[in-house]
Design a binder for this molecule. Structure first.
Ligand SMILES: N[C@@H](CCC(=O)N[C@@H](CS)C(=O)NCC(=O)O)C(=O)O
Length: 201
């Protein structure tokens, strides 16, 4: 049995949970939920990953794995699920990285309010993170739709989790109007049981 160190709202954790559901590995992974922040890291998370970030995957037969991209690739390879198809590997990895960058910027926006003392919140920083998110969303809409409309791989899961995280944490900001094809794709992808079963709300 493996153990995934996790948190419900984390979009990085959600990628792993969606992959576990999509590839039928629920019985093989125990999920332990914690609530770390950069200034209050969790002991169990630090024991698995020196930075204390989640997700990390504790295995019985080797060192703990992190970060999310390593874990998803490992779990995919473990059952031969084919979510990192050889023929489109570099596209899949780059699109997954683009989705992860949206998550990174989105998490920093949340931390700026949650973790920093109110008098140290820097609005210019928050808007700069949103700028990264918008550019990434527009790039996916403009350049990656033919990939997203093809067979599902790990980049689909990552993009789905990134966009869902924007709806969850930034509901008042509109990422859709300038990305209509991506918005249409997401509304369909989000109906998958693996997405519905991992909703943070
Ligand atoms: N690149 C990492 C990012 C993980 C990450 O930022 N996780 C957040 C939760 S969403 C976290 O652990 N934050 C606590 C910290 O930064 O110490 C991955 O893909 O796993």
């Amino acid at each position: 049995m493996m153990t995934l160190i996790a948190a419900i709202p984390s979009p990085f954790v959600r990628k792993v949970r969606v992959l576990i559901l999509e590839t039928g590995q629920t019985e093989d992974v125990d999920i332990v939920y914690i609530a770390p922040t950069p200034v209050s890291p969790d002991e169990q998370a630090m024991a698995a990953n020196p930075t204390g970030k989640i997700p990390s995957l504790i295995r019985e037969d080797g060192p703990a794995l992190y970060d999310s991209r390593v874990i998803t690739r490992y779990l995919d390879a473990r059952v031969g699920a084919g979510l990192y198809p050889e023929a489109r590997l570099w596209e899949t990895l780059t699109l997954e990285a683009t989705a992860d960058a949206i998550m990174d910027a989105g998490v920093l926006m949340v931390y700026e309010h949650r973790v920093r003392p109110e008098d140290k919140v820097f609005d210019g920083w928050i808007e700069a993170q949103w700028g990264k998110i918008e550019r990434a969303v527009h790039a996916i809409n403009d350049r990656w739709m033919s990939h997203l409309l093809g067979p599902m791989d790990m980049s689909h899961i990552a993009v789905g989790c990134a966009l869902a995280y924007l709806d969850f944490r930034q509901p008042e900001r509109d990422w859709r109007s300038r990305a209509p094809e991506l918005a249409a794709w997401f509304s369909e992808f989000d109906t998958r049981p693996s997405m519905q079963n991992t909703r943070p709300e």
